[in-house]
Design a protein around this ligand. Structure first.
Ligand SMILES: Cc1cc2nc3c(=O)[nH]c(=O)nc-3n(C[C@H](O)[C@H](O)[C@H](O)COP(=O)(O)O)c2cc1C
Length: 173
């Protein structure tokens, strides 16, 4: 599949088959996160792979009761290492680059999952402090940015409408 078709094929999936997927696929997704662009190559991220059912249930609670998350066999919590970015770039590092870098890593993970036939969703609505506590980090320095439930899709998901290019693009010639 060419890259644009892959990008367009990615969907936010919210129902998974509970069966696990091979470890090798998970490793490839993590490698994709690792390969993301990052300001000054600081790589201010940490990927927490949550497979423990009890922890997953607690994360679903932290995600404002999005219980559908629990049907996924794996959840990756992507954290922005604010302290790491701050030490190179000060406030711009911790407030902007760490988040942007982590978002790039998240998107790489989602796209690689799609390429490997694994469904995913970027979950951003959750109580950050609780999520940090659940994975055992200091949320002041290691900010949870997204939960990514991963698994085989339970059903096909239709593409939502996207704004037209004419509406979102302006050419300044
Ligand atoms: C920053 C961010 C936060 C999101 N948070 C959630 C969320 O908490 N729960 C959820 O079901 N989907 C969440 N989504 C997924 C969006 O709802 C989804 O990307 C959007 O509806 C477009 O659908 P698509 O991803 O299939 O193109 C989030 C996406 C982003 C980028």
């Amino acid at each position: 599949m060419d890259i644009l078709s892959l990008i367009k094929a990615r969907r936010s999936v919210r129902r998974f088959q509970t069966i696990p997927f091979p470890e090798e696929l998970l490793t490839r997704m993590l490698e994709a996160g690792q390969a993301a662009p990052t300001a000054g190559n600081v790589q201010p991220w940490q990927f927490f792979v949550v497979r423990n059912r009890e922890k997953q249930a607690q994360l679903a609670d932290a995600a404002l009761g999005q219980t559908w998350i629990l049907s996924a066999p794996v959840i990756i919590v992507v954290c922005a290492d604010l302290a790491r970015s701050r030490s190179s770039y000060g406030r711009r590092g911790s407030e902007l680059y760490a988040i942007q870098d982590s978002a790039a890593a998240i998107q790489n993970i989602l796209l690689t999952a799609t390429a490997l036939g694994i469904a995913s969703c970027w979950v951003g609505a959750f109580r950050e402090e609780l999520a940090a506590q659940l994975i055992g980090v200091d949320g002041q320095n290691m900010r949870p940015v997204a939960l990514i439930p991963l698994g085989y899709a339970a059903e096909p998901t239709a593409a939502p409408p996207k704004r037209a290019l004419g509406e979102i693009v302006e050419y300044i010639d």
